[in-house]
Design a protein around this ligand. Structure first.
Ligand code: GLA
Length: 384
């Protein structure tokens, strides 16, 4: 196999086949802070996108996925024709965007054959698009011997998401998929991309972190996400700082007093308090107080619901029903407007909490949510 050796492909020969995998993520705390240069704390899930890939020497990018929308399972593109800015074309935007981003950054990437399978539900707020991007970037990095590190791959994957797929997201999801380690949450400073891992093992404390997918789907390219981001940038400009990250908790009252627009005040309050909550979660985990994380999750949810306003009735219902049933804390996770919530609970009450959420959904005539246990898994890797 020539992967990683940088040899020129021989004409007419497909070579360097392999299998790669990249996970989805849950964000424990630090929501809508990543495009404000703030702190985030995601961990990887054991739900992944797997890519079987080989290099092609004819400049063709052939992408296939069993789970794709009917009629779009296999798509054949010419690498040289890839260009952003033609509006969303479906799931293939993410891998095609990675090939485009690699080439735009000057890397010598040609054709490839990539076949994807996934255990990660799309639209559940668990970063299926980032997993698709990262697995593609990792496979091409190996197949074409590019020698890029995880941070470089994550940045190129985000470029695919932002500039090719047209979703103005931050860097959290791609870094989580590329860099997380098993049994740990990733504390990432999105300003300089410095990171550290903190052990996070609720099971060892008799706790469970439940993941409840409301099955309300969301799409970040459809406007609300971009409006929040633009609002945060407007607030930072009005306050004369590079990003809202630069407002510390002690400066919040003064900053709010200087902002005339109530919407900008709400956005600012969320970002500043959320960065502080990440620090408080880190402190609780460092002190071995996993139960102490619960109330911080619930506080974060209230801030996302009332100040940042990215929750939805179904996410609020998960949180309210879980807390009523005795959970230690709960919040929406990811971009919002649907997707999933996380619930921290004693293992002994986990079944009762899940049952209470399911009953609340049934009583509200909503489709049943999907409940899973979330355990910190490893980041992207080569399988074969
Ligand atoms: C989405 C984006 C991330 C981040 C979260 C909110 O998942 O892809 O970059 O902004 O929303 O924290």
């Amino acid at each position: 196999m020539s992967a990683g050796r940088g040899e020129a492909p021989r004409a007419g020969v497909r070579e360097a086949a392999g299998v790669w995998e990249a996970p989805g993520r849950v964000n424990l705390i630090g929501e809508h802070t990543d495009y404000n240069d703030g702190l985030v704390m995601p961990f990887a899930l054991d739900l992944t996108v797997v890519a079987e890939a080989r290099r092609r020497d004819d400049g063709v990018l052939r992408l296939s996925s069993d789970g794709a929308e009917p009629g779009r399972e296999t798509v054949r593109l010419e690498v040289a024709d890839l260009a952003p800015g033609h509006g969303p074309r479906g799931w293939t935007d993410y891998p095609a965007g990675v090939v485009w981003a690699l080439r735009a950054a000057g890397h010598r990437v040609g054709g490839a054959e990539l076949r994807y399978t996934s255990t990660l539900p799309a639209g559940a707020g668990l970063s299926s698009s980032a997993a698709l991007e990262v697995v593609t970037a990792l496979a091409l990095n190996d197949l074409y011997g590019l020698g890029l590190d995880r941070t470089e791959l994550a940045l190129l994957a985000r470029r695919a998401e932002n500039d090719y797929a047209g979703a103005p997201t931050g860097i959290m999801d791609q870094m989580a998929s590329a860099c997380c380690t098993e049994g740990r949450a990733l504390v990432l400073d999105t300003r300089d991309l410095t990171r550290r891992d903190i052990p996070f093992d609720p099971g060892a404390e008799g706790l469970a972190l439940l993941l409840l997918d409301t099955r309300v789907t969301h799409a970040h390219s459809t406007g609300e996400y971009g409006r929040r981001r633009a609002g945060c940038e407007a607030a930072a400009r009005a306050l004369g700082v590079r990003a809202l990250r630069d407002i510390g908790p002690g400066e919040l009252a003064d900053a709010l007093g200087r902002l005339g627009d109530p919407e900008l005040r709400r956005l600012t309050r969320h970002v500043v308090t959320e960065n502080e909550r990440v620090a408080r979660v880190v402190a609780a985990l460092t002190a071995g107080d996993v139960r102490g994380v619960g109330p911080l999750l619930t506080e974060g949810h209230a801030s996302l619901r009332d100040d940042f306003r990215v929750s939805c009735p179904e996410l609020d219902l998960v949180v309210a029903a879980a807390l009523d049933a005795g959970a230690l804390g709960a919040r929406m996770t990811g971009g919002g407007f649907g997707g999933s919530a996380i619930v921290l609970t004693e293992v002994a009450t986990a079944a009762a909490v899940t049952g209470a959420v399911e009953r609340a959904f049934a009583e509200a005539s909503l489709g049943a949510p999907v409940a899973r246990m979330a355990r910190p898994a490893g980041g992207a890797r080569r399988l074969a």
